[in-house]
Design a protein around this ligand. Sequence first.
Ligand SMILES: *Cc1c(COP(=O)(O)O)cnc(C)c1O
Length: 462
Amino acid sequence: MNYVSTRGGVAPVDFALAVRMGLGTDGGLLVPTTIPEVDAATLRAWSRLPFADLAMEVMTPFVGDAIPRDHLAGLIRRSYAGFSHPEVTPVVEVAGAHILELFHGPTAAFKDVALQLLGNLFEYLLQRDGGHINIVGATSGDTGSAAIAGVRGKARIEIFILHPQGRVSPIQERQMTTVLDANVHNVAVRGTFDDAQGIVKALFNDLAFKREYHLAAVNSINWARILAQTVYYFYAWGRVSGGDPERRLSFSVPTGNFGDVFAGYLAKRMGLPVARLIIATNRNDILARFVHSGVYAASDVHPTLSPAMDIQIASNFERYLYYLHGQDPAAVRSLLEGMQRTGRLSVDEALHQIVRADFDAEAVDDAATLAQIRETFEATGYILDPHTAVGVRAATGHPGCICLATAHPAKFNEAVTAAIGRAALPPPSLQGLMDKPTRCALLDAQVGAVKEHIRTTLAART
Ligand SMILES: *Cc1c(COP(=O)(O)O)cnc(C)c1O
């Protein structure tokens, strides 16, 4: 299987190169040249598989010859062995809805499903093909800890994660700074998240520095992340449908960067019997407005109770635009150029009909999010985290919908307490964090200071 760019400027590369490349060298996103299709008999057979075996089946055609089968199986097994639930991503019944719990990984957020695999893939490919990378990223919360958990202790990989000092939640900060592996380097910057992100951008824009220090990014655009997330759509469908290919099921997906819901779209294109894919957003509703109007127009980012979804420009959306336009990179380029110039893009009526057939969308504000946490708790005793609550609210009117639960409620206990007057009990991975030793550098929010820190830290490591 080969991969090309949504913007048409990357010669076909295999899966291994696509994973190492991350973002296309032309600035586009990598996509497979064909999408493998699954027939009814296969769906039936897959519906009985445990998660890791299913992951193997779903991923194999996308990986192709790039990784031998037994090596891939080992990578998958290792990636999900650390999940605290034997089913990895179990489905539970809550008041007529099916909740797909994606938060049983080491950092209690769904990003673990993809980043545990990505960390193992990076290490495997670097050991096999040579090289080493220094991952640099900025985080306002969930992504940083999941990325650190994905690569801690791995050979040939160092990771530097910048967070704004005192501006991530205490639990999120401790999830990062209590990781003491020698290849993990936390940096608190005296500034805001935008300052931290601006520094990371400046480092990547300094091409000489980027090359000399083999900088690599952790962002949601790596194809391997999409692929890992596609697996649990098949898994949940199998558990709920019993493997009956006639059973079309809907999914409600709390959405920020469009990675998770794009994975659902991919599953549907592969032949999974999906009725509706519901894009659930918070007040930052650019994607919901697009589905309703056919116009994609950025506005300001508003902070909400579901901060992992406080996003305006969704980085994976370009992949959908590519498929919507019949895999035509010229059409994608022209849409993005228009977006650059005017801050908006739109699709014509015929394409808008396709968008509406592909997705439903609902924007849920903070008041409705809290109301949903309360209503679900009062009816069933089950505690939703605020991101999951957005998805459950958006699924109102879709009985039997599978709602993706993207974080453990104990990660967002402020919102939970505001809704139901008590906190959720933390899972073992979040217990005792406040008592553990930490390691973290504190730097001024200046590119020069961070560069110097990376230089001296790496020099001391070799
Ligand atoms: C990242 C994240 C999301 C949004 O996922 P996307 O793939 O960016 O759409 C939703 N909920 C939680 C808890 C997250 O961490």
